[in-house]
Unconditional design. Sequence first.
Length: 225
Amino acid sequence: MDEKKLISMIDLFKKSFEMYQQRFWIFIKLMAVNILIFLSFFFIIPIIILIFLFGKTYWSIILLILLTMFVIVDIVIGLLVQISLIFAIRERESGISVKESLLKAWLMFNSYCWVCFLAGLYILGGFMLFIVPGIIFSIWFTFSAYVLIVEGKKGKLALMESKRLVKGYWWQIFWRFLVIGLAEAVISYVPFFGPLINLFLITPFAVVYSYLIYEDLKRIKNLPV
């Protein structure tokens, strides 16, 4: 492999699939945590709506508060699972468990949210400037979460390090993400099973795929992984 050339698309998919196989069960378990909360949300919503429409006023208020709390819990768990997936890949050699990855994710939760908020702010601002800057910023800051979790750089430092890694390889990274993004989009149109396939299989695969690009950029730029 050329020391200055980013991993080829074929090798990237091959290595991603190999790593995905190695960590398959921890990925499935982590995604199961997410989907159980997600599915319970759809069971609870109709009950809450019925009580809200036909129940007494004070019950409606209590249920509205409970629903709000449930939505917040659902979002928090979803974010924890996202962080845990990165830990599951980063510490693949140690065979980290679901519980351990979730505990590590909890400790990193506030910093992760802040980095995502900053990146989202820049990207949103970019899309408001005629879309193209938003696409550019999306690629620049796509590795911010990996920089945070692997290197411990927080806030704006994580964003700037991600941008530094991408520098000189923007188009190559763009095409690699476009391919995986199109695959997710096509699968999502499969009736009923599409979203489940994306959630259980494609989402963790995409995290592995992105992580390997991040690792390769570090290799190219002679930075410790």
